[in-house]
Design a protein around this ligand. Structure first.
Ligand SMILES: NC(=O)c1ccc[n+]([C@@H]2O[C@H](COP(=O)([O-])OP(=O)(O)OC[C@H]3O[C@@H](n4cnc5c(N)ncnc54)[C@H](OP(=O)(O)O)[C@@H]3O)[C@@H](O)[C@H]2O)c1
Length: 281
């Protein structure tokens, strides 16, 4: 496949480019400087000259707290951007896989959110991502939307991704023990993104590692176990003890109604993924 990957400096984009190359694809990975998805002219120029079989959109404005004060940047990247890609992919008859978030749910439900749950996003980032989903769906019936959450991986700057480095340095960390999600290793997500591009079935998928999910505190203890770090460095705290500008769902565990029915095997258990992540650090 000829695969165009957007947001190529990002965590998921890097894993996806590496995975697609290893699978034998011709990969064109473009950073924001190469292709600004918020700019329809840039998108049209790039896609019509490259003519990919499929676009995997890993570009997004991901600063959840920063979005509260930068709504227009958030909506440009997270709503206009995916919509522009959807419009142009339709024009050139290319597939589109675009990534959304578990944050489209408000977190008031205690179980696993599947596709039967109606999104009720809180906060600018979450609302901009849902807006992106809705516009993609309206602009391009072939598009595939992938909701994922709690993504960790190499090059990531979020808390889950930097934990091993902090703990290896012997730094004490606090980890929330009353918010739950389903962790997703960027390398495993990358494989699934490509599989979905090949499957070419228009749908909204929920993609996470299996194993039932955990809290940030549970994740940190698993990192200690996998990396041989001292668990006494990790102190559990309540989410309410952190004053952050943006609201987060207290629970955003995801389950998918479709993946296994479409012949896709579950991604490995998240604890196995943490071991691979820590082992390859
Ligand atoms: N990380 C998570 O836990 C998580 C959870 C759920 C869903 N997601 C979703 O997963 C996807 C990938 O996230 P990630 O963690 O890999 O994000 P990331 O590391 O922050 O990478 C995002 C990339 O997008 C680029 N970008 C921003 N605006 C752009 C634009 N207008 N045009 C082109 N590129 C642009 C950024 O470039 P600059 O560096 O130049 O800004 C950055 O390289 C996103 O859709 C995100 O919403 C992430």
């Amino acid at each position: 496949m000829k695969v165009l990957i957007t947001g190529s400096n990002g965590m998921v984009a890097r894993s996806t480019a590496a995975y697609c190359r290893s699978a034998g694809d011709e990969v064109i990975a473009l950073s924001r400087a190469d292709l600004d998805i918020a700019d329809i002219a840039s998108v049209r120029d790039g896609l019509t000259s490259i003519r990919p079989d499929t676009v995997i959109n890993c570009a997004a404005y991901t600063d959840v707290d920063g979005a509260e004060a930068n709504a227009s940047t958030s909506y440009s990247a997270n709503a206009d951007g995916p919509e522009n890609l959807a419009i142009v992919c339709r024009e050139i008859d290319a597939g589109l896989v675009t990534i959304s978030t578990d944050y489209v749910f408000d977190g008031s439900f205690a179980g696993y959110y599947d596709q039967r749950h109606t999104p009720e996003p809180n906060g600018v980032y979450a609302r901009s991502k849902l807006e992106g989903e809705l516009r993609v769906r309206a602009a391009n019936a072939r598009a595939i939307i992938v909701r994922s959450g709690w993504i960790f991986g190499h090059g990531g700057t979020n808390f889950l991704s930097v934990m091993p480095a902090l703990l290896r340095e012997g730094r004490a960390i606090t980890a929330i023990d009353d918010a739950w999600g389903t962790p997703t290793f960027a390398d495993d997500l990358a494989r699934r993104l490509r599989e979905l591009a090949e499957l070419d079935l228009p749908c909204t998928f929920h993609v996470t590692n299996s194993g039932g999910g955990t809290s940030y505190h549970g994740f940190a203890l698993e990192v200690c176990s996998a990396g041989g770090f001292d668990p006494s460095l990790v102190t559990p705290v309540a989410g309410s003890s952190l004053s952050r500008p943006a609201p987060r769902p207290r629970n955003s565990k995801l389950a998918c109604l479709f993946s296994e029915r479409f012949g896709l095997e579950p991604l490995p258990d998240w604890t196995d993924a943490v071991k691979r992540f820590c082992g390859s650090y």
